[in-house]
Design a protein around this ligand. Structure first.
Ligand SMILES: Nc1ncnc2c1ncn2[C@@H]1O[C@H](COP(=O)(O)OP(=O)(O)OP(=O)(O)O)[C@@H](O)[C@H]1O
Length: 266
């Protein structure tokens, strides 16, 4: 059974329909969540992370079922959400922590927030810093770090409590090319027991880091499957280089645009 199962999930902000009844499954490993601005990527990640309550539809994350709950949460539902939250790690789009915190303090705080208690927390932090290519930086203050390093601290705080599901919202946004490459290497090296969903609007991220992709447009899923299947949609057999994926992505977008036009204008 796939790690994450999403059924008929919808989300509105007032009159804006951000997600329009999407159904999709996500297996373990790295999946790219691709789509243009406003497609609904952040909304989906916020719903999966339990940051937003579910309005309509259902999500099952590693065996935990989440559905719309009445405004007045029962204490059992609140406890269930709190338990699930400990199994999830989120790097939001605007991740910040206190600039005077050291890297190690930031991770200790993130672990405490998730009620992750281990007598050997220091050893876990050491292990995580190695994983994100920040070994030896535990005593440095966040304000001294570069943007790329901060982003890797962001990934470290998302995985320190050994979650099953990691949600990374546009982690490479605004980084220079070298830092982007480094960040992708870190994401690719995450343990394959984890389910990692990485949102991006950069097609090059997909070719470089994910085996699978989910493509969203206007709150709908317009593709889900292996990256080579996405490339094959462009009608050309072959590799999964950035330009292959880019061609396929553009073909998919224009096909989706056509399918939303009145019939006589296609
Ligand atoms: N808090 C909000 N209030 C009102 N509308 C919102 C809010 N957040 C998102 N939206 C709208 O919902 C739709 C989906 O937005 P969302 O941020 O999920 O898309 P996205 O794919 O993450 O876009 P981006 O790549 O720009 O972050 C957009 O039309 C957006 O304007």
């Amino acid at each position: 059974m796939d790690a994450v199962q999403i059924s008929e999930l919808s989300h509105r902000y007032g009159r804006t329909v951000a997600l329009n009844g999407i159904s999709v499954t996500v297996p373990r490993g790295v999946t790219a969540l691709l789509g243009p601005n406003g497609a609904g990527k952040s909304t989906l990640l916020n719903l999966l992370s339990t940051a937003y309550p579910i309005q309509d539809g259902e999500v099952v994350v590693h065996g935990f079922r989440m559905t719309a709950t009445p405004r007045l949460l029962s204490w059992q539902a609140a406890r269930k959400t709190a338990r699930l939250r400990r199994r999830i790690g989120l790097l939001p789009q605007n991740f910040t922590f206190h600039p005077r915190f050291t890297v190690a303090e930031t991770l200790e705080y993130a672990a405490w927030l998730r009620k992750y208690r281990r007598p050997d927390l220091r050893a876990r932090i050491h292990e995580v810093l190695e994983l994100v290519d920040l070994a030896g930086t535990g005593a440095r203050r966040l304000r001294e770090l570069s943007g790329g390093m901060l982003r890797r601290v962001g990934i470290a705080q998302a995985i320190v409590h050994e979650p099953d599901l990691i949600l990374l919202d546009e982690p490479a946004n605004g980084l220079d090319p070298e830092q982007r490459v480094r960040l992708r290497q870190v994401i690719k090296a995450l343990p394959d027991t984890m389910t990692v969903l990485v949102s991006t609007h950069l097609v090059e991220d997909v070719a470089a880091l994910a085996a699978r992709a989910v493509v969203l447009k206007d709150g709908r899923v317009i593709f889900t499957g292996e990256v080579p299947e996405l490339v094959a949609l462009a009608g050309e057999p072959g590799g999964v280089t950035t330009s292959d994926v880019e061609r396929a992505y553009l073909a998919l977008m224009s096909k989706a645009d056509r399918s939303m036009m009145p019939l006589d204008e296609r």
